[in-house]
Design a protein around this ligand. Structure first.
Ligand SMILES: NC(=O)c1ccc[n+]([C@@H]2O[C@H](COP(=O)([O-])OP(=O)(O)OC[C@H]3O[C@@H](n4cnc5c(N)ncnc54)[C@H](OP(=O)(O)O)[C@@H]3O)[C@@H](O)[C@H]2O)c1
Length: 343
C-alpha cells in the first residue's frame, strides 16, 4: 500500500529513453505530486541532464541502492534491467510500475490498464506491470464489448510505429529515409531490413509456434487483463515506417448478436476511448492525429459481411503515451488517490 503523502519521491528508470522522456513530460503536464524526482539510466548517460518543470536534473547511473527514500519507481529500461533492479526497489519499500515484459505474466503481478482492471491492484502490489503498447489500446476497445456481448474471437493486425522500438529506431527511420531520398547507402541496424518505405511482419523474436513474441504478448496479456482465458486471439504484428502511434485492424466475433450501433454506444461511454468515424467526410483515426493525445481513437466501425455476430474496426493510439508512459502514470495516480481515500 502506498503511504499517503502530500508529495511523493519518484524515480524514473530509463529516463533518457523514448518512454522515460515521455514520462518526465507527462508527470509535469499532469502536475503529478512529485517531491523529488530521480532520473536514472545506464552508466553511459550518467552526468547528462534532463529537464523537468524548468529545472535541470542530473542523470544518475542506476544502482542497487538507487531507491532509498523513493516511493514510486517507474521502470522503462528493458526486461533484463527490470528483472535485476526492480527487486531492490521493492526491498527498499517503493512500489514499482514496470513497462517491460519482465513480470507481466507472473500470476501474482497485477497487469493493469486503469480504465479496464484497476481492481486487480491488491493491497501490497510491490510490482505492477504496464501491458505491452499494442495490447493496451486493443483492450480499451474490447473491454466494454466483452462485458456486454462476450467476445469469442479477435483477429488483429497491427501497424506499429518505430518509436515502439525506442529512440534508436526513431533515429534510424529518419536517417534511412534521408539516405534513400539522397541516394546514399546505409546499413540497417535496429531492424534486420530497411524500415524506410517498407513494412516488416516481424516484431520481437520468433517463437516455436511461428508467431512472434509480440504477437503472443497480445494473446496472453489480453486474456489476463480481461480475466478470460477462453478468448481466441489471432494476431499479426507489423512494423511500419511511421514515427509515432500504433494502428490496429480488429475483427471481433461475439457470442451474443452485436451491431455497429451497439459498438458505437458502448465505446462512446468508455473512458479513454474516442470515436472518430465519419467516412462520408473521410474522417477516421490517423496515427499523425493520435500523436501527443491521451485517448485511444476508434473508427471504421462496420459489420463483418462474411460472418454473423462480428464487427470490424480500426484502433489508433500514441504508443509512447497511452501505450507506455501515460498508462504507467495513471496507475501511479490511482495509487495516490487510493491512499487519500484510505487515510
Ligand atoms: N517504446 C514504446 O512504445 C514502449 C511501449 C511499451 C513498453 N515499452 C518498454 O519500455 C522500455 C523502454 O523502452 P524505450 O522505447 O524507452 O527504449 P529506449 O529509447 O531504447 O530507452 C532505453 C532506456 O533504458 C536505459 N537503459 C538501458 N540499459 C540500461 C542499464 N543497464 N541500466 C540502466 N538503464 C539502462 C537507457 O539508458 P541509456 O540512455 O543510458 O542507454 C534508456 O534510458 C522497454 O522495456 C520497452 O519494452 C516501450
Amino acid at each position: 500500500m502506498l503511504e499517503k503523502k502530500v508529495r511523493y519521491n519518484v524515480a524514473v528508470v530509463g529516463a533518457t529513453g523514448a518512454v522515460g522522456r515521455k514520462m518526465l513530460e507527462i508527470l509535469e503536464e499532469r502536475n503529478f505530486p512529485v517531491a523529488n524526482l530521480k532520473v536514472l539510466a545506464s552508466a553511459r548517460s550518467a552526468g547528462q541532464t534532463l529537464t523537468y518543470n524548468g529545472k535541470f536534473l542530473d542523470v544518475e547511473e542506476l544502482k542497487e541502492n538507487s531507491f532509498a527514500a523513493v516511493d514510486i519507481a517507474l521502470f522503462s529500461a528493458g526486461a533484463s534491467v527490470s528483472q535485476r533492479f526492480a527487486p531492490f526497489a521493492v526491498k527498499s519499500g517503493c512500489i514499482v510500475i514496470d513497462n517491460s515484459s519482465a513480470f507481466r505474466m507472473e500470476p501474482g503481478t497485477p497487469l493493469v490498464v486503469p480504465e479496464v482492471n484497476p481492481e486487480t491492484i491488491g493491497e501490497n502490489p510491490g510490482i505492477i506491470s504496464n501491458p505491452n503498447c499494442s495490447t493496451i489500446q486493443m483492450v480499451l476497445a474490447l473491454k466494454p464489448i466483452h462485458d456486454k456481448f462476450k467476445i469469442k474471437r479477435v483477429v488483429v493486425s497491427t501497424y506499429q510505429s518505430v518509436s515502439g522500438s525506442g529512440q534508436k529506431a526513431i533515429d534510424e527511420l529518419q536517417s534511412q529515409t534521408k539516405s534513400i531520398l539522397e541516394e546514399r547507402s546505409f546499413i540497417p541496424n535496429v531492424y534486420p531490413y530497411q524500415i524506410a518505405f517498407n513494412c516488416l511482419p516481424h516484431i520481437d523474436k520468433f517463437m516455436s509456434n511461428g508467431y512472434t513474441k509480440e504477437e503472443m504478448k497480445m494473446v496472453e496479456e489480453t486474456r489476463k487483463i480481461l480475466g478470460d482465458g477462453s478468448i481466441g486471439i489471432s494476431p499479426t504484428t507489423v512494423r511500419v515506417p511511421v514515427l509515432y502511434s500504433h494502428s490496429e485492424s480488429l475483427n471481433v466475433e461475439t457470442e451474443r448478436p452485436i451491431s455497429v450501433a451497439n459498438v458505437k454506444d458502448l465505446l462512446s461511454e468508455m473512458d479513454g476511448v474516442r470515436i472518430v468515424d465519419n467516412p462520408k467526410n473521410n474522417e477516421y483515426p490517423l496515427a499523425i492525429d493520435a500523436e501527443g493525445k491521451d485517448d485511444v481513437f476508434v473508427g471504421r466501425i462496420r459489420d463483418d459481411i462474411s460472418c454473423e455476430n462480428a464487427i470490424n474496426f480500426w484502433v489508433v493510439s500514441d504508443n509512447l503515451r497511452k501505450g507506455a508512459a501515460l498508462n504507467a502514470i495513471q496507475i501511479a495516480e490511482y495509487l495516490t488517490i487510493r491512499s487519500e481515500s484510505n487515510k
